[in-house]
Design a protein around this ligand. Structure first.
Ligand code: HEC
Ligand code: HEC
Ligand code: HEC
Ligand code: HEC
Ligand code: HEC
Ligand code: HEC
Length: 471
C-alpha cells in the first residue's frame, strides 16, 4: 500500500514536470508564425501528454487489487475501439500529408481566384484609429470570419476582440480544429475531429437566432462552415434585412420602414458627423465620419443561408412563393462537408481539405452531376440576368454601371476624404419597400458563387418572386 502511494506521488511529480516542460517549449515556440509548424508541435505534445497520462493510469490499476475477498465476476463490457490503431491511423504523418497538401491548394489558404487569374487573400484584423482616438475602420468586426484569431475568439467568447489584432493570419488547421476530442467513444458519439465549432452557430444578422447545419438538431461538422459562410450586417449595425421584423432604425433612432399613402417605403439615409463612440473607443472630437445604410447590400457569404433556405425575402403581392426553410434536399440529405470535403478524384485532386467539390458524393443521387450542374448553372445565369434587367429598368431607383453592376440610386453628397473636414449632413431618400427587397434578394443570389446549386428550388422561386415584385 505504502509502496503504491509512493509510486503515485512520484508519478504525479513526474507528470507535472513533463507537462511544464512541454508547456514551456510551446510558449517559446508560440512566436513562430509559421502556423503549421506550431500546430504540429502542439498536436504531438498534446497527443503525447494524453498517451502518457493513459499509460500512467494503467500502473494505478495494479495498486487497487489488495482486497483479500474476491468479489463476484463482473459482466463483460462491450469491446472498446482499438485505441492505438484507430488513433494512429488518423494521427500519423502519412495520413496528414495528403490533407496538408490539399489544404495548401484551398482558397482558405490561397485567397479567391479573380477573373484575371490572380488571387486575392482577404484577411482583416487591425482596427485603424483617428488622431482624436475615435474608431476609423472596425476590422475587428471582419476578423471573426477573415482571420484565425478573430474566429477563435468568436467561438470561445462569442465575439472577437473589440480592439482588433496587431498580428493575424488566415484560417489554418489550428483555427478550425485545435481542441481535443469531446468524446473518445467514437462509435456512439461520432468523431468531432477536434473541431472548435460543431454546435449550432449564432446568426449574425439576428444574434438571438441560432443556425444548425444538422437537420435533426444534433451536432454537425458543417457548423464550422456556417459560422463564416452566412449573411452578415454592416459593421455599424445600420444595414439589416429589409423587413419590418428587423426593426431597423436610422441614425436618429427612427424606423426606416414606414407605411405611407403610396404603400410601404424603405428609407436610405446618410449622415456625416463626429465619429461615434464604439466601445472601447471614445467618440470623436475632431474627426468626422459618414454613416449610412446604403452599404454593400448583403455580403458575399450567403452560401449557408441559401443552402438552409433562409434570409431571402418572400415579397408581398407576388404569386410565386418560396419553399419553406430547411426543406431543400441538399440541406436535408447532404452537407457542406459531404459535398466540399468529399473523397478526392482518382487523380488525387479536389475534395478533402481543398474544399473544392469532387462530385463523388453527388453520385448517390445524380447519375451525371457535372453535366447536370453545367446545365443548371446556365439556366441560373439566364434567370438571374432577367432579374438584373428588371432592377436596371427601374431607373428612378437603381444605377447600372457600364459593366452592368446594379447599385442604389441616391443623391447623397460625395464622400469627403479628410476626416477633419467639418462638413456635416443628414440626408435621406424613400424607396418602395418591395424594390429594396428585390435588390436584397438579388445581392443574396449574387453573393453565393455556387450559382444556386445549394438549394435549386429555393433560388428558382427567389428569382421569380423578385422579378414579379418589380413588375
Ligand atoms: C478520424 C480521425 C481521428 C481519430 C480516429 C482520432 N483523432 Fe484525435 N484528432 C483528430 C483531429 C482532426 C484532431 C484536431 C487536431 C489535429 O489535427 O491533430 C484531433 C485532436 C486530438 C487531440 C488534441 C490535439 C490538439 O492539438 O489539441 C488529441 C489529444 C487526440 N486527438 C487524441 C486522439 C486519441 C487518443 C485517439 C484514439 C482514441 C484519437 N485522437 C483518434 C482526428 C482523429
Ligand atoms: C459572417 C462572416 C463574415 C464577416 C463578418 C465578413 N466577411 Fe467578408 N467574406 C466572408 C466569406 C465567407 C467570404 C468568401 C465568400 C466566397 O468566396 O464564397 C467573404 C468574402 C469577402 C470579400 C471578397 C468578395 C469577393 O467578391 O470575392 C471581401 C472583399 C470581404 N469579404 C470583405 C469583408 C470586410 C471588409 C469585412 C468587414 C467589414 C467582412 N468581409 C466581414 C465572410 C465574412
Ligand atoms: C476551414 C476549416 C478547416 C481547416 C482550416 C482544416 N480542417 Fe481538418 N477538418 C475540417 C472539418 C469540417 C472536418 C470534418 C470533415 C467531415 O465531417 O467529414 C475535418 C477533418 C479533418 C480530419 C479527419 C478526417 C480525415 O480526412 O482524416 C483530419 C485528420 C484533419 N481534418 C486535419 C486537418 C489538418 C492537418 C489541417 C491543416 C492542414 C486541417 N485539418 C485544416 C475542417 C477544417
Ligand atoms: C473563419 C471563417 C471560415 C470558416 C470557418 C470557413 N470558411 Fe470558407 N471561406 C472563408 C473566407 C473568408 C473565404 C475567402 C478567402 C479569401 O478570400 O481569402 C472562404 C472561401 C471558401 C471557399 C472558396 C470560395 C471561392 O470563392 O472560391 C469555399 C468552397 C469554402 N470557403 C468552403 C468552406 C467550407 C466547406 C467550410 C467548412 C468546412 C468553410 N469554408 C469554413 C471563411 C471561412
Ligand atoms: C449538394 C452539395 C453541396 C452542399 C450541401 C454545399 N455545397 Fe457549396 N457548392 C456545391 C457545388 C456543386 C458548388 C459549385 C462549385 C463547382 O462548380 O465546383 C458549390 C459552391 C460553393 C461555394 C462557391 C465557391 C466555389 O467553390 O465555387 C462556396 C463558398 C460554398 N459552396 C460553400 C458551401 C457551404 C459553406 C456549404 C454549407 C453551408 C455548402 N457549400 C453546401 C455543392 C454543395
Ligand atoms: C441525397 C441526394 C442528393 C445528393 C447527395 C446531391 N443531390 Fe443534387 N439534388 C437532389 C434532389 C432531390 C434535387 C431536387 C431539388 C430538391 O429537392 O431540393 C437536386 C437538385 C440538384 C440540381 C438542380 C437540378 C435542376 O435542374 O433543377 C443540381 C444542379 C444538383 N442537384 C447538383 C448536385 C451536385 C453537384 C451534387 C454533389 C456535389 C448533388 N447535387 C448532391 C438530391 C441530391
Amino acid at each position: 500500500m505504502v509502496f503504491c502511494a509512493i509510486i503515485v506521488i512520484v508519478h504525479i511529480f513526474f507528470i507535472t514536470y513533463v507537462t511544464n516542460l512541454i508547456k514551456q517549449k510551446l510558449i517559446s515556440n508560440s512566436n513562430i508564425k509559421l502556423n503549421n509548424l506550431t500546430f504540429k508541435i502542439m498536436n504531438k505534445s498534446k497527443l503525447f501528454i494524453s498517451l502518457f497520462a493513459f499509460l500512467v493510469s494503467l500502473t494505478f490499476i495494479q495498486c487497487t487489487s489488495e482486497d483479500p475477498i474476491p468479489g463476484p465476476q463482473g459482466q463483460d463490457g462491450t469491446d472498446g475501439i482499438d485505441g492505438t490503431t484507430t488513433c494512429v491511423a488518423c494521427h500519423s504523418t502519412s495520413h496528414r500529408e495528403p490533407i496538408e497538401a490539399a489544404f495548401d491548394e484551398s482558397v482558405h489558404n490561397l485567397g479567391v481566384l479573380n477573373s484575371d487569374g490572380t488571387r486575392s487573400k482577404h484577411i482583416y484584423g487591425t482596427n485603424t484609429v483617428f488622431s482624436d482616438g475615435s474608431l476609423n475602420s472596425n476590422r475587428a468586426f471582419c476578423s471573426e470570419c477573415h482571420s484565425q484569431e478573430g474566429y477563435k475568439d468568436a467561438v470561445e467568447y462569442g465575439k472577437p476582440n473589440p480592439n482588433g489584432y496587431a498580428m493575424y493570419q488566415s484560417i489554418s488547421c489550428e483555427g478550425c480544429h485545435g481542441t481535443s476530442h469531446r468524446s473518445f467513444d467514437f462509435a456512439t458519439d461520432g468523431n468531432d475531429y477536434g473541431l472548435r465549432q460543431v454546435h449550432a452557430v449564432k446568426q449574425k444578422i439576428t444574434p438571438t437566432n441560432y443556425l444548425n447545419a444538422s437537420a435533426t438538431g444534433a451536432t454537425s461538422t458543417s457548423n464550422t462552415c456556417l459560422s463564416c459562410h452566412q449573411t452578415r450586417p454592416d459593421s455599424n449595425g445600420f444595414f439589416k434585412r429589409p423587413v419590418i421584423e428587423s426593426n431597423e432604425k436610422d441614425f436618429a433612432g427612427n424606423v426606416v420602414i414606414n407605411n405611407t399613402t403610396s404603400g410601404l417605403t424603405y428609407k436610405f439615409w446618410s449622415k456625416r458627423t463626429l465619429a461615434l463612440a464604439v466601445s472601447p473607443y471614445p467618440a470623436g472630437t475632431t474627426n468626422y465620419k459618414a454613416y449610412a445604410n446604403t452599404g454593400i447590400g448583403v455580403h458575399e457569404s450567403t452560401s449557408g443561408d441559401l443552402w438552409m433556405g433562409i434570409t431571402g425575402i418572400d415579397i408581398e403581392g407576388t404569386t410565386t412563393h418560396l419553399p419553406a426553410a430547411k426543406t431543400g434536399a441538399h440541406y436535408k440529405f447532404a452537407s457542406c462537408t459531404s459535398c466540399h470535403m468529399d473523397t478526392p478524384k482518382t487523380d488525387g485532386s479536389k475534395g478533402s481539405h481543398t474544399f473544392d467539390v469532387s462530385f463523388n458524393s453527388c453520385k448517390a443521387c445524380h447519375t451525371n452531376p457535372e453535366s447536370l450542374l453545367t446545365t443548371f448553372d446556365s439556366e441560373f445565369d439566364t434567370k438571374l440576368e432577367e432579374l438584373r434587367l428588371a432592377l436596371s429598368a427601374k431607373t428612378a431607383y437603381f444605377n447600372t454601371s457600364s459593366s452592368g453592376k446594379i447599385s442604389i440610386k441616391t443623391t447623397f453628397p460625395a464622400s469627403i476624404s479628410s476626416s477633419t473636414n467639418t462638413t456635416t449632413w443628414d440626408v435621406s431618400t424613400e424607396f418602395p419597400l418591395k424594390y429594396v427587397q428585390a435588390y436584397w434578394n438579388y445581392k443574396m443570389l449574387l453573393g453565393d458563387f455556387g450559382k444556386g446549386v445549394h438549394n435549386p428550388l429555393y433560388v428558382k422561386a427567389l428569382i421569380q418572386n423578385s422579378i414579379e415584385a418589380l413588375q
